[in-house]
Design a protein around this ligand. Sequence first.
Ligand code: IMP
Ligand code: MG
Length: 178
Amino acid sequence: MERDIKEILVTREALHQKVKELAARIDKDYEGRDLVLIGVLKGASVFLSDLMREIRIPLEIDFIAVSSYGDSAESSGVVRILKDLDMAIDGKDVILVEDIVDTGLTLNYLLKNFKDRKAASVKICTLLDKPERRKAEIDIDYVGFVIPDEFIVGYGIDYAEKYRNLPYVAALKREVYS
Ligand code: IMP
Ligand code: MG
């Protein structure tokens, strides 16, 4: 796996530190509210499980799976729900937890979808933000790291379902995905 990596962009130590910072902000912002963290499968699963363990206020979690890229490296812009939420979110304060915001098309769709379900509020927490490729303008409330336009793997993030178990965030060598 390591030989396919071009560069480590975020180390495990930096990930841990940032997760603690984001959790502290969420603790403050959501005190006394009805917080639900909703992870977008599968990429955000590692981030969400680390994040929730640093948050000290009560919360619930749920997951949604959507199709965006399939096994290719380009977003189609068409979003389809593959696995829906288990819980009703009306009246709840939702934080959508994402691995990467790239074009923004996935989150744009989910934001609207969750507002239609009458969530009390919906905010976004993403580990990584790739602003260069944005197509839909969205407000991101909690951002871990702003990264360049590289193909990213590790810490839950895949290329063709591989590399999710790398403990850091890395750029993949171009010859691996092109
Ligand atoms: P968007 O709709 O273009 O913002 O796509 C967001 C989703 O595409 C993220 O949740 C990721 O799952 C995936 N994605 C975007 N960039 C990358 C990348 O560099 N590596 C792996 N997956 C990515
Ligand atoms: Mg994703």
